[in-house]
Design a protein around this ligand. Structure first.
Ligand code: FES
Length: 101
């Protein structure tokens, strides 16, 4: 199993899942989801996270498209709905885009 620690507004939540499971799907098993979610297709940015620890792998095409058209492209930022973790991660939800501008 893979563990993903999600930090949101100072609180931590650990989500465990089989390797390669989409993080968004694992989060939707909980009510409320520990990861803010909107479109779940890489389009809205609601699920924007900062990678605090771990290596989530390369960005998907949808993430590349999203970050190309936004002003806050930094290597540590990812879209949580576009992650299929194979290793443990620590992620921090970006609640306000002002945090990363
Ligand atoms: S939920 Fe919309 S981009 Fe991830």
């Amino acid at each position: 199993m893979v563990s993903v620690v999600l930090i949101r507004s100072g609180s931590e939540c650990v989500v465990t899942m089989p390797p390669g499971t989409r993080l968004a799907d694992a989060c939707l098993q909980r009510k409320p989801s520990p990861l803010p979610l909107g479109c779940r297709k890489g389009g809205c940015g609601t699920c924007l996270v900062r990678v605090v620890e771990g290596a989530p792998g390369p960005r998907t095409e949808r993430e590349d498209d999203f970050f190309r058209r936004t002003a806050f492209d930094r290597p540590e930022l990812r879209l949580g709905c576009q992650l299929w973790p194979h290793r443990s991660l620590v992620l921090e939800a970006v609640i306000s885009r002002k945090e990363v501008l």
